[in-house]
Ligand binder design. Structure first.
Ligand code: FAD
Length: 329
């Protein structure tokens, strides 16, 4: 993550999901400098937020790749070009400058001027649903993601939620944590049945019809109070609370940028241009007749958007980037 608030790059990418990360690679491949902004603290978009441990079966050339590994691969692929990651910041304003460049502002005070914008905002900026009772402990034992399983090694972990991420994290942390307790306010789960069965066959303690009623600690979380529907409370020694309560997604300020948006999607032409000059889009957020919302399609659109933008930024440049096999490794 970059610390500078003012930045000047060739292309600013809004959204660090699979399409945005691949756009960052392609911009680097074209010799263009990049800033990539995401509202979340972690790159990877829906993949990191909702299914990091799931096997994805339809990425071309990879018969099965874990979500987390796909995101790591995209970051590694873009890394040689040193994209500026601006994470935990929402792109909120777009200004057109007299010299035909654009400036994107964020809610954290960044001002990023660029020759072109590629919006890869998926279903909008994600915000994790907060664990209201423990919010003061965010970053001090409370987290919404598990970017690194090993951070929870030998800890007593409480996971809150009943969806796929909650169950996936329970299964992956069970072998390395001292204990794992999964707390859900209902007795039905949204997670895949096979994950639910595996959790019930494991040492994970599952507390249903229950909620976190208090989180206590001294600097760092030391215990969590869980109360069931009948009002019976129990206290568990805890060093990690993972709140997996889902996300809200919101296109928010993008709707005020003069971009043609219909039903939360941006209309693009075959160059992935929007109706606004020098603003392109790719991935789940785009719409056109026959659109298919898949990662594979987003990759193709990202390549199209960046290569067309490259030819606008430098009128001497070709749209076709040349083959990567012809580049020096
Ligand atoms: C449970 C599940 C399973 C799936 N399985 C598959 C599968 O097997 N195969 C497949 O191809 N697809 C699958 N998908 C769909 C796939 O995840 C999406 O197609 C893909 O993530 C879209 O990528 P994207 O980069 O366009 O957008 P996203 O992944 O949605 O990323 C968009 C990013 O933009 C950020 N953002 C948005 N607006 C702003 C803003 N104003 N400022 C800053 N940041 C912003 C968001 O925070 C987000 O991180 C699955 C989806 C789900 C939910």
């Amino acid at each position: 993550m970059t610390s500078s608030l003012d930045l000047s790059v060739d292309i600013v990418i809004i959204g660090a999901g699979p399409a945005g990360l691949y756009a960052a690679y392609y911009a680097g491949f074209r010799g263009l400098s990049v800033a990539i902004v995401d509202a979340l603290d972690e790159p990877g978009g829906q993949v990191s937020a909702m299914y990091p441990e799931k096997a994805i079966l339809d990425i071309a050339g990879f018969p099965s790749v874990k979500g987390r590994d796909l995101v790591d691969g995209l970051l590694t692929q873009a890394a040689p070009y040193h994209p500026n990651y601006i994470l935990g910041a929402r792109a909120s304003t777009l200004d057109h400058n007299a010299d035909a460049t654009v400036t994107v502002g964020t809610d954290k005070g960044h001002r990023i001027s660029a020759g072109a914008v590629v919006i890869t905002g998926g279903i909008g900026a994600f915000t994790p649903r907060p664990l209201t009772k423990g919010i003061d402990f965010l970053g001090r034992g409370l987290s919404y993601f598990v970017p690194d399983l090993s951070a929870h090694t030998d800890r007593e972990v409480v996971i809150v939620g009943g969806g796929d991420s909650a169950f996936d994290w329970a299964l992956h942390l069970e072998p390395i944590a001292r204990s794992v307790t999964l707390v859900h306010r209902r007795d039905k789960f949204r997670a895949h049945k096979s994950s639910v069965d595996r959790v019930f066959d494991s040492s994970v303690q599952v507390l249903v019809n229950s909620d976190v009623s208090a989180v206590r600690g001294n600097g760092w979380i030391t215990e969590v109070e869980i109360t069931d529907k009948s009002g019976v409370a129990r206290t568990l020694p805890t060093q990690s609370v993972i709140a997996s309560l889902g996300f809200t997604a919101d296109l928010g300020p993008l709707g005020d940028w003069g971009i043609a948006i219909d039903n939360r999607h941006i209309a693009v032409n075959t160059r992935m241009e929007t109706n606004v000059r020098r603003v392109y889009a790719a991935g789940d957020i785009t719409d056109y007749p026959g659109k298919v919302r898949l990662i594979a399609v987003g990759f193709g659109e990202a390549a199209t958007a960046v290569n067309n933008a490259a030819a606008v930024l430098d009128p001497e440049a070709e749209i076709f980037p040349g083959h990567s096999t012809e580049q020096e490794v």
